[in-house]
Design a binder for this molecule. Structure first.
Ligand code: HEC
Length: 208
């Protein structure tokens, strides 16, 4: 229950109250109070979006810091391992839990960095974000973790690997083709690997 509560705290706390009916997913999760603002709710704009604000200063790379330089292939290999590492964060998720087969990315991911990304835009007021900064955003917002040290090998490795993930990403990915951009929308069930589908290790799933 502890990890679930953490996730609930992270994804639900402070989120906008939704007053429309209760979805089956929500009922299955035992979340029958509409006041909880369920991110998987059919009318939620974004499943994983929280209204929780994130301090911009945690996301902006401090002037004078650089990503650690190592052989590209070495970093990619390490980054791939970290991408699947559930101990990177504190909520039992890995990057892959949400982003398997390019899930949960919006069309913005196809654009060269820096660019605008909805969630850090809404939650931290970032007008543009670099890839390493975006990874820090997901560390904080999605893995309930502290940002990685800017000069760390881990951040360099994740950035190198995520670049390879970006190369094979096509903007027609599910997140954009689903009504309301919501991968938790009931219509999306079965069409994509839905991060809110109860069977997956995911932020919106009921505890098994
Ligand atoms: C709980 C689910 C979740 C987890 C875990 C997660 N992310 Fe994300 N991530 C998202 C969502 C949702 C978006 C879409 C944000 C948007 O477009 O507003 C996203 C977007 C991104 C983007 C693309 C931003 C763009 O340019 O459009 C990158 C890169 C990214 N995540 C990297 C990572 C990395 C690396 C990890 C692991 C350290 C990670 N994510 C873990 C949910 C998650």
């Amino acid at each position: 229950m502890a990890s679930y509560s953490k996730i609930v705290a992270m994804f639900f706390a402070g989120s906008v109250m939704l007053t429309v009916g209760i979805s089956p997913t929500m009922a299955a999760m035992g979340m029958t109070s509409p006041s909880m603002g369920n991110p998987c709710h059919a009318v939620a704009r974004n499943p994983c979006a929280v209204s929780k604000k994130i301090d911009k200063n945690l996301l902006i790379r401090p002037a004078g810091t650089k990503l650690m330089v190592r052989k590209r292939q070495t970093l990619i290999k390490e980054g791939q391992r970290l991408w699947h590492d559930k101990s990177l964060g504190t909520n039992g998720l890995s990057c892959d839990s949400c982003h398997h087969d390019h899930a949960a990315f919006r069309a913005s991911f196809a654009k060269p960095y820096p660019h605008y990304v909805t969630m850090p835009g809404q939650q931290a007021g970032m007008k543009k974000i670099h890839l390493d900064e975006m990874i820090q955003f997901c560390m904080i917002s999605s893995l309930a973790a502290k940002p990685l040290p800017w000069n760390s090998r881990k951040l360099a490795a994740l950035t190198a690997y995520t670049k390879t993930v970006q190369k094979s990403f096509k903007p027609s990915a599910p997140m954009d083709s689903i009504k309301g951009n919501n991968p938790c929308h009931p219509n999306s069930m079965g069409k994509i690997r839905n991060p809110c589908q109860p069977k997956m290790a995911n932020p919106c799933a009921a505890k098994r």
